[in-house]
Design a protein around this ligand. Structure first.
Ligand SMILES: [Zn+2]
Length: 469
């Protein structure tokens, strides 16, 4: 079986096949940088990252483009309050976003493109739409897309075009429109607002046009996959399709994938609701980025992720189970013949993992396959029925699953002073000085290092992580 994905365009589960054999081109709507990005936002970036990793694991080359919206109405509102320049305002938010992405092992995307660095491309696309009669100018220099010129409008969201509502994002752009449904491609200059001189005049882009301009610049007029949160289907993605296809005359995107929201207390996590949690706050509570990543990816992307009191603890237990299994296998040594049935167990797990992921990224099924194998390997380790070479092959198999999951938590760096304590403790145990050994175990725990005694000696793992701000 090959990969099947649920395409929002048409609403069916479809067999995935890239336009260029062996090469997948995908685009994800990225963050608007007007404040810290919260974990609900990161769900929408962890999901395409999981997909990207799975495509690579399956042998595809992937070109993944994500945008950064660094100019929009909310940023301009903040700029009016804060003063300074646009880039002074957005730079710290962009830096924080990149650091959070790296901690969460998301990407980096092949191209991470900023709206403000692509204004000429947006202006050129708008000029084409005006030339072709799909867009018109208002008196104030704004330019609107004429929805009545595009009969296919509403196909993605399955709207009746005559019923299409004016979206939240364009509600304040009414001035100068011929039709309430039309949306702003370009906004005329206003005193005190940033604007750019371009071939279509002075002004700034509307929000929707940036994703068409940047995706097509890096991926071509037709590409394979476009992702985003469900809230972007209408009007944002509907508008992207209309303005891209009206300009190029070509089919824009083959597969549209949308992730459901992260919910806290029964509501979508959102800044306007006020129920947001930032990654740094979660790390300050002692959960590692790998644990947060696990919590973000372990629920199927099309199902709402209900964030509960036990979400992170469950994720931590799973991450530790997997990480401990790898650490155990990698330090295991037993001089005995290879186990006859190990490769069979590993390849059965790999088949189940692939079957589940091929089924619209059924991640719970895939994790089930991984943890069934972990249980089986633990049993064999306890029975000492593996050879040293078996154990190392088994560890490599678990690490291979982690190329897709990205959740192994095996810090190779101990906190300062911990190695000394571990050495002293090993010596104390060799001398059967149990009270000393126990005291050293407590001192290590205070440094965030948990020690376990195994037949192969003491094994440690770093269980807490200090706040990283
Ligand atoms: Zn977008």
């Amino acid at each position: 079986m090959s990969l099947q994905l649920t395409n929002t365009l048409g609403g069916e589960l479809e067999e995935f096949s890239p336009i260029d054999p062996g090469h997948v081109r995908m685009y994800s709507c990225g963050p608007t940088v007007y404040g810290a990005t919260h974990i609900g936002n990161f769900r929408a970036f962890a999901f395409p990252d999981l997909l990207r990793r799975y495509l690579e694991w399956s042998g595809y080359r992937v070109t993944w483009v994500m945008n950064i919206t660094d100019v929009d109405d909310r940023i301009i509102r903040d700029l009016a309050a804060a003063g300074g320049t646009l880039s002074e305002l957005t730079a710290p938010h962009i830096a924080r976003f990149m650091a959070d992405m790296s901690d969460l092992r998301i990407g980096p995307p092949t191209v991470l493109s900023r709206a403000t660095e692509h204004v000429p491309e947006m202006a050129a696309l708008i000029a084409t739409l005006v030339d072709k009669g799909h867009a018109y100018r208002a008196d104030d220099g704004s330019i609107f897309f004429r929805i009545s010129s595009w009969p296919a409008y509403g196909t993605l969201a399955r709207l009746d075009p005559s019923q299409a509502r004016v979206g939240e994002r364009v509600a304040d752009d009414d001035y100068g429109k011929d039709d309430a449904r039309d949306f702003a491609l370009w906004k005329g200059p206003k005193p005190g607002e940033p604007s750019w001189p371009t071939e279509i005049g002075e002004g700034r882009p509307g929000w929707h046009i940036e994703c068409s301009a940047m995706s097509m610049k890096y991926l071509g007029p037709s590409f394979d996959i476009h992702t985003g949160g469900v809230d972007l289907i209408f009007p944002h993605h509907e508008n992207e399709i209309a303005q891209s296809e009206a300009a190029t005359g070509q089919h824009f995107v083959n597969v549209w994938l949308h992730n459901a929201h992260l919910q806290l207390g029964g509501q979508k996590m959102a800044r306007r609701v006020g129920n947001i949690a930032k990654p740094a706050e979660i790390y300050a509570e002692g959960y590692s980025p790998a644990v947060l990543r696990y919590a973000l990816i372990a629920t199927h992307y099309r199902a709402p992720l209900e964030w509960g009191d036990d979400t992170l603890d469950n994720a931590r237990a799973a991450v530790q189970r997997l990480s401990t299994a790898v650490a155990t296998l990698e330090s295991y040594a037993e001089a005995r013949p290879d186990a006859a049935t190990l490769d069979e167990a590993v390849s059965a797990a790999r088949d189940s993992f692939k079957t589940a992921m091929d089924d619209d990224l059924n991640v719970s099924g895939a994790l089930g396959a991984v943890f069934d194998l972990v249980r089986e390997l633990n049993r064999r380790v306890d029975a000492r029925s593996l050879s040293t070479a078996d154990a190392s092959r088994a560890a490599a198999a678990l690490r291979d699953f982690d190329r897709v999951l990205g959740v192994l938590d095996l810090p190779d760096e101990l906190p300062e002073g911990a190695q000394e304590l571990l050495d002293q403790r090993a010596a104390a145990r060799a001398a059967r000085e149990w009270p000393t050994s126990d005291r050293l175990r407590d001192e290590l725990a205070a440094l965030g290092v948990t020690v376990e005694d195994t037949r192969d000696g003491q094994r440690w793992r770093v269980t807490t992580r200090g706040s990283n701000g």
